[in-house]
Design a protein around this ligand. Structure first.
Ligand code: LRH
Ligand code: MN
Ligand code: MN
Length: 388
């Protein structure tokens, strides 16, 4: 059995990017539930994200969504983040709110609409140069609701040429990350529904185009760790959007619905060389906290990822290889389950303290006066961006 002291170096490399939109008001398509203390602008979202990093040491960057996080001066936002001990991370483009995109954006049949959507991405690339961001993440709401509504093949071709134009503007030190989702908001077909389509599209672009795997974007029962393995094998896994789902794209706290699935996913990331600072695979959260408090929700989320990472790092690969070689099915499974069943929480608490972090970050945040302060100071918090 691998011991905890053998995995601390790897654990120290962990970085999980937080989504700015997790801190804004959010809800379902039936109701947005406003909360006190919610940020009124991107500066306050970044300040809240910095609190998560302060108590966990796990979340050094914040992803932005454009135009939700549009500001006049991105260099000032960058300085603000750095002053608070964090940095700006992935820029997410948004082509799903404008009237113009009702029937699609990069895959739209009308060249004028595609032009508008491509220009939005070019602007995101400009913003990235100011924020110091590496990744442009593209998730498209493009799709149709009714069979026959549009030409599936033509849309795929339009998408390819739009992406090619965007990719041509991606800098040497930047990446284009394409996220797939099997349905919603389109219900009949989606133009990037699965990893295979995302893989085909990014492969046509080049080395700096990779795939984002959002854990909530699969049909029930999908073996997500298999997809992780395959994308890593193909050198195309760029990032994760972590969250939990029971039914659809629920965006619940990662590790809440199925911690074992999270363990299996992270085990496959480690197995495939996707773990660690230089691996090229970015860990991000993509969540909203509709009914629970947001900053503690994010703290709980990064701790869940850390906990399952620790357990996955504990897998005894020598013993596993030996059992697999011998075809000992039960022994191999037992090695795997031993790691999953290990309670790493006491070791993690001690290790955090040894690094000058609170043993219990949830408690440390609750005991700070930050929440009371923002609840009193901020009036009229803004919405995360959707769900109205
Ligand atoms: C789409 C998605 C995508 C968006 C985010 C708000 O469902 O997962 O990543 O950027 O939600
Ligand atoms: Mn996502
Ligand atoms: Mn989603």
């Amino acid at each position: 059995m691998t011991s905890f002291s053998q995995i601390t170096e790897a654990l120290a490399e962990q970085a999980i990017e937080l989504p700015s939109w997790a801190f804004g008001n959010s809800g379902t398509r039936f109701r947005v539930f406003p909360q006190p203390g919610v940020p009124r602008d991107p500066f306050e979202k970044v300040a809240d994200a910095a609190q998560v990093h302060r108590v966990t040491g796990l979340a050094p960057t914040v992803a932005l969504h454009i135009p939700w996080d549009e500001v006049d001066d991105f260099a000032a936002l960058r300085r603000h983040a750095e002053d608070l001990g964090v940095a700006l991370g992935t820029i997410n483009s948004n082509t799903f709110q404008d009237e113009a995109y009702k029937l699609g954006s990069l895959a739209h049949r009308d060249a004028a609409v595609r032009r508008q959507a491509i220009d939005h991405h070019l602007r995101c690339l400009d913003i990235m140069r100011e924020t110091g961001s590496r990744d442009l993440k593209i998730w498209l709401a493009d799709g149709t609701n009714y069979p026959g509504q549009d030409d599936l093949r033509a849309r795929q071709d339009h998408l390819a040429s739009s992406l090619a134009e965007i990719y041509a503007a991606v800098g040497e030190d930047q990446r284009l990350v394409l996220e797939y989702k099997f349905f919603e908001p389109a219900f009949y077909h989606t133009d990037v529904p699965d990893w295979g389509t995302a893989y085909a599209q990014v492969s046509a672009l080049g080395d700096r185009a990779v795939v984002c795997l959002d854990t909530g974007h699969h049909a029930p029962g999908t073996n997500i760790e298999f997809i992780v393995m395959q994308l890593l094998r193909l050198g195309k896994l760029g990032s994760f959007d972590f969250n939990s789902r029971f039914y659809a794209d629920d965006d619940l706290i990662v590790g809440a619905a199925d911690p074992f699935q999270l363990f299996r996913i992270i085990a496959e990331v480690i197995r495939g060389g996707g773990y660690g600072a230089d691996s090229g695979v970015a860990f991000m959260l993509d969540q909203c906290h509709n009914i629970e408090r947001k900053i503690p929700g994010q703290i709980r989320s990064v701790l869940n990822v850390q906990e399952m990472t620790a357990r996955a790092l504990l897998i005894d690969h020598e013993a596993l290889d030996a059992a697999q070689r011998e075809g000992d099915v039960l022994a191999a499974n037992a090695v795997y389950m031993d790691a999953f069943s290990t309670d790493v929480r006491p070791d993690l608490a001690q290790w955090r303290e040894s690094r000058g972090l609170p043993a219990d970050p949830m408690r440390a945040y609750a005991e700070s006066d930050y929440q009371d302060r923002i609840d009193a100071e901020r009036v009229g918090g803004s919405q995360a961006g959707w769900g109205a």
